[in-house]
Design a protein around this ligand. Structure first.
Ligand SMILES: Cc1cc2nc3c(=O)[nH]c(=O)nc-3n(C[C@H](O)[C@H](O)[C@H](O)COP(=O)(O)OP(=O)(O)OC[C@H]3O[C@@H](n4cnc5c(N)ncnc54)[C@H](O)[C@@H]3O)c2cc1C
Length: 672
């Protein structure tokens, strides 16, 4: 089935699954998105709370993701230009009933103070044994995942796995059940009935089957509603109808299309429909479900949870040193899950005495006077029956009616986004990967990259030099200004110092007939800090108004104050070649050519300059960086230190009698 601009598609449910479906489909069809609630987003739910620092956005639903195991969501964020920030992942357990009423508290991923928030923990053999059981558990879980023989029982529950491995009841109670219950927001008893292999696949995928090496978790800056608002903006721009406060009561597939009846009794007819609600809701709205639809959708249960946004810290461990991002409270009176997310920590909210917390499953414990908002959320429950049903999902779609939702995977935001895009794909609406130029709108700026600069000299002397530094990536239309700590000024780059940097780049490109008016220009460079600026290399990625990369300008500075700008047109991997034109180091002439690798930055920055002469590759300079949340203060000394180290390194090479090459005169417009 090929996409047809005239096709009308209904999408039911505006959680991440429905939003992603609608986003993909609306690029080539007329979409109507139905949502029972009075807001879009489903579990992506942000509240604006007045605080002493002004209004603050706090998430109660959809909180963290990472760039490694959430590729669909990250792609969506990139296309929408959504900014994210590093979060903090740690988990605490508090059990007031343990140790004859003295209680146990401990936290993982907070170092020694988390493991031993009180000296009493050192004197608890059962606790120390539990700590030793954790790496053993990781090893056994990995072994189970790697086993391929028939003896492996896919249906083995977590409880059976722990039994077989003779893990202690203490480990099960104070480590295993809280971990699974916190991740899936399910009761500890249900957690132990999860199929072990399925569970471990998820935990390994998300870096949770090891003591170290978990991916960096992130939150959406300003709360998850930021991305929801941007999807809505795109949908409106594309002419989609967003129908809020309207519950769909019936979906009927007919010979020619799909009829959707809403709560007002209005019947809408579509060529195709995506049902992106929970499975029980989906089944409830199917007017004539097939036997298989009935069987599969009924076999995927959800558990209901009350979530309260509040400020009552009595739900956290008693010892502040054990306060973590996820705080599991074991209650002697009930088996229900009680998890408190510390949003102040997870979202890096402005520090103040008040902590913004979201507690699941303890409306009786949270002080009602501290409650800011109450929500009812439902989470999928995984058991051998639901997993068997999940395997049947590909068979319940028809050519016109497809299903989506986080329950198609592990129940997380990535699963929702992936299932939404896949549902669109099954209706014939693809989400083609954009080329490098189109991806640019998603590049986040301003951004700092913690980087390592390395110089490798191959001839006539073999030698390496490394320096850790910070480099900025900025948008020339939106230059950050941190005063003395970081400013970007025209005098530090090519062209006329009395014009703007952008004007100078535009003029430089215009000399080659390239017009980038209205396009985005990104610059990777050091800022001027404390009155000093030194940029051995600055790179400008210049896009035209259509978002295509029109050219890349690589500007090189030497320590004598000369500068030269090279215009290159890179291939799809960001590579180009250009003849060397300026004397950069006293140990090289101006002969030879550069092989450049300068792809448009993403989370990573990668710049490589290789000097090739008649003697072969004589020198490599590489700068490799990862985006960081460090601030301008952290980066401020970078230029001065870099310049000092390069000079000292030059003196060192000179002292080793590396031959110095004569310096020809070089003129560059705009050098003062
Ligand atoms: C407290 C909490 C914390 C979480 N933390 C994380 C986290 O840190 N990381 C992570 O990856 N995931 C997290 N999740 C899970 C994740 O957010 C959800 O699994 C995912 O967002 C579900 O998306 P969905 O589109 O499948 O369903 P939903 O977001 O539930 O969307 C379904 C939508 O369908 C609508 N609907 C239902 N019936 C009808 C009808 N008849 N007519 C019209 N509309 C209807 C609903 O109102 C709802 O908006 C968390 C969830 C919660 C609740």
């Amino acid at each position: 089935m090929s996409p047809n601009p005239l096709r009308r598609v209904g999408v039911i449910g505006s959680g991440v699954a429905g939003l992603t479906s609608a986003y993909v489909i609306s690029s080539s069809a007329a979409v109507t998105l139905f949502e029972a609630d009075d807001r879009l987003g489903g579990h992506a739910d942000t509240h604006v709370v007045p605080t002493a620092h002004g209004p603050v956005a706090v998430d109660t639903g959809f909180i963290v993701h990472n760039e490694k195991t959430y590729p669909t969501l990250v792609r969506l964020f990139a296309e929408l230009g959504v900014t994210t920030q590093a979060s903090d992942m740690s988990m605490s357990v508090r059990s007031d009933g343990a140790h004859r009423g003295h209680g146990l508290e401990w936290a993982g991923a907070l170092g020694w103070q988390g493991l031993f928030p009180t000296w009493r923990n050192v004197l608890r053999p059962a606790y120390l044994r539990m700590l030793a059981e954790i790496p053993r558990f990781h090893r056994r879980a990995h072994r189970l995942l790697e086993a391929t023989d028939d003896s492996v029982d896919d249906g083995q529950t977590l409880a059976a796995f722990l039994e077989e491995g003779r893990f202690s009841a203490y480990f099960r109670r104070h480590f295993m059940a809280p971990l699974v219950a916190a991740v899936w927001s399910c009761d500890p008893a249900i957690a132990l009935e999860y199929p072990a292999r399925y569970l471990f696949t998820f935990l390994r995928h998300h870096g949770m089957l090891a003591v170290f090496g978990s991916p960096e978790w992130r939150t959406v800056t300003g709360g998850s509603r930021q991305y929801v608002d941007r999807v809505a903006e795109v949908l409106r721009r594309r002419g989609a109808s967003l129908v809020l406060d309207t519950k769909v009561t019936s979906v009927l597939e007919t010979e020619h299309g799909v009829e959707v009846t809403d709560g007002n009794g209005t019947v809408h007819t579509f060529d195709a429909v995506v049902v992106a609600t929970h499975p029980d809701q989906a089944l409830g709205m199917l007017a004539e479900p097939t036997a298989l639809q009935g069987e599969v959708l009924a076999a995927m249960p959800y558990s209901q949870n009350v979530a309260q946004l509040h400020t009552d810290t009595s739900l956290l461990p008693r010892r502040r040193r054990a306060w973590a991002s996820w705080n599991h409270l074991e209650r002697p009176d009930t088996d229900d899950v009680t998890v408190t997310y510390d949003l102040t920590r997870l979202m890096r909210l402005p520090a103040e005495d008040t902590r913004y917390l979201v507690t699941l499953g303890a409306p009786d414990l949270v002080d009602p006077a501290t409650v800011i908002a109450t929500r009812h959320y439902a989470h999928p429950i995984y058991n051998p029956g639901s997993l068997a049903a999940q395997r049947q999902l590909p068979r319940i779609d028809s050519g016109r009616l497809v299903f989506a939702g986080a329950w198609h995977g592990w129940g997380f935001h990535e699963d929702g986004a992936r299932s939404g895009a896949a549902a669109a794909g099954r209706l014939g609406f693809d989400w083609p990967v954009p080329d490098a130029g189109e991806r640019v709108p998603g590049v986040v700026t301003p951004r700092l990259y913690r980087s390592v600069v390395s110089h490798t000299r191959r001839a006539p002397l073999r030698h390496s030099f490394r320096n850790t530094t910070h480099l900025w990536l900025v948008d020339l239309d939106d230059l950050p200004d941190h005063g003395m700590l970081a400013r970007f000024e025209a005098r530090d780059h090519l062209g006329d110092p009395d014009r703007g940097i952008r004007e100078n780049i535009e003029a430089f490109l215009a000399a080659d007939g390239i017009d980038v008016a209205g396009g985005r220009i990104l610059m990777a460079a050091n800022a001027r800090a404390f009155g000093h600026c030194f940029n051995p290399i600055s790179v400008f990625w210049c896009h035209d108004a259509a978002g295509n990369l029109a050219g890349t300008v690589v500007e090189v500075h030497n320590t004598y104050g000369d500068r030269h700008a090279y215009l290159v047109h890179t291939d799809e991997r960001g590579r180009a070649q250009v003849a060397k034109a300026m004397y950069v180091s006293p140990f090289h002439g101006t002969d030879g050519h550069y092989q450049l690798t300068v792809p448009v930055p993403t989370e990573r920055l990668h710049i490589v300059v290789r000097l090739v002469t008649d003697d072969g590759t004589v020198f490599d300079a590489a700068l490799r960086g990862c985006a960081t949340d460090a601030g301008a203060l952290r980066a401020a000394p970078a230029a001065a230190l870099g310049s000092l180290k390069i000079r000292l390194h030059g003196i060192w090479l000179w002292a080793r009698r590396l031959p110095v090459r004569p310096r020809p005169a070089h003129h560059q417009e705009g050098v003062r």
